[in-house]
Design a protein around this ligand. Structure first.
Ligand code: UDP
Ligand code: MG
Length: 325
């Protein structure tokens, strides 16, 4: 999957109250991109309902360089993931590179990301090895979250949260953005069969404004991790997960039923006062419910894939036969 000689790069920048940083960021990114040979570019600023002058700054940048700048402005604040999704949807480049608007990512890393894409990787993930954020509220939760995500998803990266990454457009087309899922994009891409690489990138302290997140983000990331794990493993076979636990529960219920019956028949114990009876009822009903949920899940999966004619696989290349769809 090599890049064409005249490759186009789309830089996607989610913007939420970053009026002071934007002019500097634009200057730095435009300078870096202009120095790169054989590469055309576009800069997509997505204003995520800013309440400061960010949108005016974006408009000015567009007025100065309409050939390279594009601006999308949301009606209200929809969140960073939504802003990135809008940028990815609008991007026309062969490679899409999201980056923060607050100057914490270094535009000088863009050529290195592109080099790695040229080597044949579909996703190149930035790793803020020397992260310039507070330790207790940002770096420590991030290290723990990254380890957990790595262990649970099986996609081994050091820094999922770094916005600066490069995506080949072929894999970006397969990624859906929901919730706070933007940090799991390499996982989704890898799930779609992408080749994922990681490089160390520079990270700078925030010069202007304040971070838009607090410690509460860790919780949201954890919830998304559960969603991602479920989607990764079972989104095409929900009966396999619900049905399995349903069967286990039914077995426990059956065993408890036998115990109740045994105690009644052998030692004539009063079943209304028997703990096994409750275990039997609870697990039998729970098991049946889980199996029913699995069946409902199967119906949902079919509706999801068949109504949108979504394949349950992704193809890298076809040789011979009919052309790829
Ligand atoms: N951002 C956004 N919408 C939001 C919150 C943040 O578009 O609701 C943007 C923000 O302008 C910045 C990027 O997302 O460009 C990362 O935000 P921030 O720097 O606050 O996160 P941190 O670097 O502290 O993790
Ligand atoms: Mg930041």
């Amino acid at each position: 999957m090599n890049l064409n000689a005249s490759r186009t790069v789309s830089i996607v920048v989610p913007v939420f109250n970053e009026e002071e940083s934007l002019p500097l960021l634009h200057e730095q990114v435009a300078r870096t991109l202009a120095q790169m040979d054989g590469c055309t570019h576009e800069l997509i600023y997505v204003d995520d309902g800013s309440s400061d002058g960010s949108l005016e700054v974006c408009r000015e940048l567009y007025a100065r360089d309409p050939e390279h700048v594009r601006v999308i402005s949301f009606r209200r604040n929809f969140g960073q993931t939504a802003a990135m999704a809008a940028g990815f949807d609008a991007a026309r480049g062969e490679v899409i590179i999201p980056m923060d608007a607050d100057l914490q990512n270094d535009p000088n890393d863009i050529p290195r990301l592109l080099e790695k894409i040229k080597e044949g990787y579909d996703v190149v993930s930035g790793w803020r090895a020397d992260r310039q954020d507070t330790f207790l509220s940002r770096r420590l939760p991030s290290v723990l979250a990254n380890r957990l995500i790595s262990a649970i998803t099986g996609v081994h990266l050091h820094d999922y949260g770094c916005t600066l990454k490069a995506y080949h457009r072929d894999v970006a087309a397969h990624m859906n953005f929901y919730g706070e899922l933007h940090r799991f994009l390499p996982v989704l891409a890898s799930w779609a069969g992408a080749r994922v690489a990681e490089i160390k990138v520079n990270h700078r302290a925030r010069q202007f404004g304040v971070s838009k997140y607090g410690i509460g983000r860790t919780l949201r990331v954890l919830l998304d991790l559960i969603t991602i794990k479920f989607l990764l493993s079972y989104s095409t076979k929900p009966m396999q997960v619900f049905g399995k636990w349903g069967l286990y529960a039914l077995c426990v219920g059956f065993f408890a039923g036998l115990m109740t019956l045994g105690e009644k028949l052998l030692i004539n114990q009063d079943v209304t006062d028997n703990a096994w009876l409750f275990v039997c009822m609870f697990f039998s009903l729970g098991g049946l419910q889980l199996i029913c949920m699995g069946l409902l899940g199967e119906i949902n999966v079919r509706t999801y894939y068949e109504s949108q004619k979504k394949p349950i696989y992704t193809v890298r290349e076809r040789l011979g036969g009919s052309p790829s769809p």
